[in-house]
Design a protein around this ligand. Structure first.
Ligand code: ATP
Ligand code: MG
Length: 229
């Protein structure tokens, strides 16, 4: 069974009287443990699609199933639970809380989930992203690549099976971006389903499947569903 099954997804935004059709019937099946890149020109609808797959936004039409559960039509309270239990999200702009330490930032979703602050889990995630030595630092004391690694650790704290990242390396130099992709590859090898939007075609090729979105539609898919070993 696919972990994500999107069928006929449309998204129309309203800008005053103008209607913008950002997605025009996207069908997408993602298998558990896949590593997928999404590419396409600016304005193609990549962020619109990621926000829908991540249950941050509802489609105007079409259906979305996550882990066999129909998501479309659910209320906000249920969507919060689906997001919390299944999905980690990483954004281009890190969104760390500047007044909290690295460790506290990583642990923040636990508080929202009503789970006791789990120091051991936070330490093991910081170890996974290579930042154990930074747990007590503030985000302002880190480099961009380090901040993104903190954001990735935070996205993983609730043990999601799906990690979605929208232009996670857009603010990073190419060497640092490569390191972040290496981290995604590790997570994929550990069985997490990873979906990454990138403008960088070279980085995109590191995923098992590359999906091109153009003008609100899936234009092309290269590669095959390839799950982790
Ligand atoms: N909130 C909104 N209101 C109106 N139009 C929107 C809104 N969000 C996105 N759009 C429009 O929807 C289309 C798709 O936008 P989207 O942000 O998904 O593109 P993208 O592929 O992520 O582009 P980029 O690579 O620049 O991030 C664009 O034409 C955009 O202007
Ligand atoms: Mg975008």
């Amino acid at each position: 069974m696919s972990i994500i099954e999107a069928t006929g997804i449309c998204k129309t935004y309203h800008r005053g009287r103008e209607e913008v059709c950002a997605l025009k019937g996207v069908d997408l099946s993602i298998e558990p443990g896949e590593f997928v890149s999404i590419v396409g020109p600016s304005g193609a609808g990549k962020t619109a699609l990621m926000n829908i797959l991540g249950c941050l936004d509802a489609p105007s039409c079409g259906t979305l199933m996550i882990d066999g559960v129909q998501v479309t039509g659910k209320g906000e309270a249920e969507l919060v639970k689906i997001r919390r239990d299944h999905i980690g999200f990483v954004f281009q702009q890190f969104f760390l809380i500047p007044t909290l330490t690295v460790g506290e930032n990583v642990g923040l979703p636990l508080i929202f989930s009503g789970i006791p602050y789990d120091r051991a889990r936070i330490d093991s995630l910081l170890d996974k992203v290579g930042l154990s030595h930074r747990a007590g630092h503030l985000p302002g004391q880190l480099s961009g690549g380090e901040m993104q690694r903190v954001a990735i650790a935070r996205a993983l704290v609730n043990k999601p099976r799906i990690l979605l990242a929208d232009e996670p390396t857009g603010n990073l130099d190419s060497v640092t971006a490569d390191g972040i992709y290496g981290l995604f590859d590790d997570l994929h090898r550990q069985g997490i389903t990873v979906i990454v939007v990138t403008h960088n075609r070279e980085l995109a090729q590191r995923a098992g499947r590359v999906i091109t979105i153009r003008d609100g539609c899936v234009e092309r898919e290269c590669g095959y569903p390839h799950v982790s070993p």
